[in-house]
Write a protein that binds this ligand. Structure first.
Ligand SMILES: Nc1ncnc2c1[nH]c(=O)n2[C@H]1C[C@H](O)[C@@H](COP(=O)(O)OP(=O)(O)OP(=O)(O)O)O1
Length: 223
């Protein structure tokens, strides 16, 4: 049986806030939950009755305190994340925002920080980011991709846990190197429970909506 066979999906969003002039990107350090201790854009699950774009707008305000007008929230791509022996895929709608309103602030889930394009912390991000984020920064979107993740084996997970606990004592020192925006301890460990085993990325989107359709829902690049 295909370990990556999927029968349903959850729709999520991810917003990459970019300062083109300064060549900087705003990332958030995820403090808890799925993807904890990784840097990522801002986003989450689309709620019933919301379009992905509306969900993206809401999550950005919740997680970073800022808003973006609908015309400044541009669809960059759709990625389907598949996990071994998990029939539920995560269909993630990715947006770019080159303008925003409001004051960036930390919340209990995310700690925002600007990074130079040349200093994006890919080793502390989801593994797929290094594949598509450079395309997005160069404006080579839209893209569609499938990213296949395997769960780490017990031995591999023990190593991750060991690194994690060894580094926790170093958190106080590391916190001194974090931004002045926050006092939240910075965790250097990479407790990634999954690793990407394969991926498939398309820049030619012919036929993509049909491909993405699951359970009668069709992903759209329109919103
Ligand atoms: N592999 C990969 N690369 C890049 N980004 C992501 C992934 N997998 C992901 O899930 N993501 C992104 C997509 C979303 O923006 C977040 C996950 O959202 P999550 O925190 O689970 O959603 P919320 O609705 O905020 O969650 P809770 O409120 O239930 O905590 O990561």
């Amino acid at each position: 049986m295909d370990p990556f066979r999927i029968t349903s999906k959850k729709v999520l969003t991810l917003v990459m806030v970019i300062d083109k002039d300064q060549k900087k990107i705003l990332l958030g350090y995820k403090k808890r939950g799925f993807g904890a201790h990784l840097w990522n854009g801002f986003g989450g699950k689309v709620e019933p009755g919301e379009t992905p774009k509306e969900g993206a707008h809401r999550e950005l305000e919740e997680e970073a305190g800022i808003t973006v007008t609908p015309e400044n929230l541009k669809k960059a791509g759709i990625l389907l994340f598949l996990f071994e022996n998990d029939p539920v895929a995560l269909e993630t709608h990715i947006y770019t925002a080159y303008e925003h309103d409001g004051q960036i602030r930390e919340c209990d889930e995310m700690r925002p920080q600007w990074f130079d394009f040349a200093a994006i912390p890919f080793d502390q991000m989801w593994e797929d980011d290094k594949i598509w984020l450079p395309l997005l920064l160069k404006g080579q979107d839209p893209f569609f991709g499938r990213m296949y993740f395997k769960r780490k084996s017990i031995g591999e997970q023990e190593q991750v846990d060991a690194i994690s606990s060894a580094s926790s004592s170093a958190d106080a020192t590391l916190a001194n190197h974090s931004t002045t925006m926050t006092s939240t301890p910075f965790t250097k460990a990479e407790p990634k429970p999954f690793y990407m085993s394969d991926y498939h990325l398309e820049l030619d989107l012919t036929g993509v909506p049909k491909d993405v359709a699951l359970d009668g829902t069709v992903a759209s690049f329109e919103n």
